[in-house]
Write a protein that binds this ligand. Structure first.
Ligand SMILES: Cc1cc2nc3c(=O)[nH]c(=O)nc-3n(C[C@H](O)[C@H](O)[C@H](O)COP(=O)(O)OP(=O)(O)OC[C@H]3O[C@@H](n4cnc5c(N)ncnc54)[C@H](O)[C@@H]3O)c2cc1C
Length: 218
């Protein structure tokens, strides 16, 4: 699983100047007043100035994780096509031992606990054999002449896919609020943490203001 930086537009200064245009003013360099303004905007939920900076990432993740990710309608996506391209040597998600978990409790009031250690090797083996069987079926269907767009139906949620995701800073913060929360799927939390590191690096003052305001969506 990976989240790789592709491109970005703007900086903390873009946020500041999007706000300052209201008063026909502009900052050339980010100064203490500008950092104060970012905090003010975050605190007062004046969100639109945060829409003038963007980040694009390349995500490599299982389809099951991607399905949750793509619920974020304010992002723009482009994905590897299993309709146009034959799948070469796909990667499949076999949870590492520390991610193997069991659900305890009822829907709405449950938590996860580690799967008993002695069950872990058999569980991981089951993932692996099921993936292999699905991949074999895919290749057999292609060999029979079945179209790629049909043969792909036998492939599982654990198969990795790759996609570009672009969003503005405001919507990345919304994504991070939701997907780094302890209630979110562990695997998407891992990916969101990688996005968070990029946001911190590229937009440090916006990131710091967001942390001060308890990681709320704006
Ligand atoms: C822990 C967790 C569990 C979840 N469980 C489920 C589940 O069981 N079933 C399920 O279907 N989904 C589930 N979701 C998905 C969730 O309901 C959201 O669809 C997803 O998190 C995207 O959030 P968002 O709408 O804020 O993001 P975006 O789609 O990026 O939207 C950002 C913001 O834009 C605004 N917006 C966007 N579109 C609209 C619109 N059409 N109308 C009004 N405002 C809009 C909203 O303010 C929104 O917060 C879950 C999410 C999480 C984090």
């Amino acid at each position: 699983m990976a989240v790789t930086y592709v491109d970005h537009m703007g900086s903390d200064l873009s946020v500041v100047n999007a706000a300052r245009v209201s008063f026909a003013r502009e900052s050339r360099d980010l100064g203490p007043n500008d950092i104060g303004l970012i905090n003010f905007l975050m605190r007062e939920r004046h969100a639109s100035p945060f829409e003038h900076a963007t980040l694009t990432v390349l995500v490599d993740t299982p389809i099951g994780v991607q399905r949750e990710w793509m619920r974020h309608r304010t992002q723009s996506f482009n994905e590897f096509s299993t309709r146009y391209a034959k799948i070469g040597e796909p990667e499949f998600y076999i949870p590492p031992e520390d991610a193997l978990r069991t659900q305890v409790g009822k829907p709405g009031a449950y938590h996860f606990e580690a799967l008993e250690a002695e069950k872990a090797p058999a569980a991981r083996e089951k993932f692996e054999s099921a993936y292999q069987a699905a991949l074999d079926a895919y290749h057999e269907l292609l060999d029979m002449g079945v179209a790629r767009e049909l043969a792909r139906n036998v492939l599982p949620l654990g198969m990795h896919t790759r996609f570009y995701a672009t969003a503005n800073l405001r919507n990345w913060l919304n994504f991070l609020s939701l997907r780094t929360d302890s209630n979110a799927l562990r695997e998407i939390r891992d990916e969101a943490a990688r996005v968070e590191a990029l946001i911190e690096d590229l937009f440090p003052h916006t990131y710091s203001a967001w942390l001060q305001h308890e990681r709320h969506a704006i």
